[in-house]
Design a protein around this ligand. Structure first.
Ligand code: DAH
Length: 339
């Protein structure tokens, strides 16, 4: 039997096949019920007990060798077969699934595009900031609560290294370097130490706008806001300005638009008031102009700041703020048609 095993081993090592039928013939010859190796397996019953161990091992090796060899012959043929038979070089490629733009990017770009039609250009600033640009230059009093640890993320122990809580910091950076006329729009991410929920997040996005020149008036601010609201939410949109307070503007206001869901009639979204708040704004406080090296006797300006998530919610009714940062493809794909 050992001779037979050696002979078959040599034979199998040298096997070749030109096509699938030949491979199948080899399988039948060696491994089928009537194959040579199967016959040896049957003979094994008659082998004397003292040889069983050695021969059994050799037989198993032979069987593995044969099935490996035949499988690899088959695989080699299959890979060349498909290339020859099925490859159609003229066929159009399978469509590649395209990604979608993030809803916050879509809305941010739309805001930028509306303001750029009024002559505003984009300015950016760092997310890691200092106290001067985020607070002091913007007329925040020394003990203003927004400086409190509860709102602001400080980096390390140094109270002068912090994550910006608003994009208004870019205003002072630009005013320090440039003399009027200044007409900028500043999009960016901001951070606040808030517990994460459906309605609040520790980071979100804002767009700030600033116009400083000679003779800039509240009427210019109002007209700019009306243009923005109508471009963003449709030509029938109405605006109203409510008095408010920000350290860096005087007077300050908050702007509401007529609810874009019910058209101002009143619904659960606008809490039956017909109005929804969308941004803060005002005339730049002369203290801010002076702190940034701009002559407040000669120049005046207006500023406004809005949350991109807020505008996106109004346009697309996203109920939970966390959706924006979870990267759930099912959510993101809903914005395919918004491109
Ligand atoms: N910085 C304000 C905030 O984060 C938003 C804001 C309000 C910006 C009024 C302005 C402004 O430029 O004039 O809530």
């Amino acid at each position: 039997m050992i001779d037979k095993i050696n002979q078959l081993t040599a034979e199998i090592e040298g096997l070749t096949a030109a096509n699938a039928q030949e491979v199948e013939a080899l399988r039948i010859k060696y491994l089928s019920k009537k194959g040579a190796i199967t016959a040896l397996m049957l003979d094994f019953r008659n082998v004397p007990a003292e040889q069983k161990r050695e021969l059994g091992q050799k037989l198993n090796e032979l069987k593995t060798l044969a099935s490996d060899r035949i499988n690899s012959l088959r695989e080699a043929l299959e890979s060349t077969d498909t290339i020859d038979a099925d490859l159609d070089l003229t066929r159009t490629a399978a469509p590649m699934p395209l990604g979608t733009r993030h809803p916050l990017s879509l809305v941010k770009d739309e805001i930028i595009s509306i303001f750029s039609r009024l002559g505003f250009t984009v300015a950016e600033g760092p997310e890691i900031e200092d106290d001067w640009h985020v607070f002091s230059s913007l007329n925040f009093a020394e003990d203003h609560p927004a400086r409190d640890m509860q709102d602001t993320f400080f980096i390390g122990r140094n109270p002068d290294v912090l994550l910006r809580t608003h994009t208004s910091s870019v205003q002072s950076r630009v005013m320090e370097k440039t003399q009027p006329p200044i007409r900028i729009i500043c999009p960016g991410r901001v951070y606040r130490n808030e517990a994460i929920s459906a309605r609040a997040h520790c980071f979100f996005h804002q767009v700030e706008a600033l116009y400083v020149n000679e003779h800039v008036t509240y009427a210019d601010l109002r007209q700019t806001l009306l243009y923005f609201a109508r471009e963003m939410f449709g030509p029938d949109t109405k605006i109203r300005l409510r008095p408010s307070y920000f350290p860096f503007t005087e007077p300050s206001a908050e702007m509401d638009i007529s609810c874009n869901l019910c058209g101002g009639k009143g619904c659960s979204f606008c809490k039956h008031t017909g109005w929804v708040e969308i941004l803060g704004c005002g005339m730049v406080d002369p203290n801010v102009l002076d702190a940034c090296g701009i002559d407040s006797k000669k120049y005046s300006g207006f500023a406004l700041g809005m949350g991109v998530e807020r505008i996106t919610n109004l346009k697309y009714q996203v109920k939970d703020l966390r959706m924006f940062s979870e990267n759930d493809v099912r959510f993101l794909e809903e914005f395919k048609s918004a491109h």
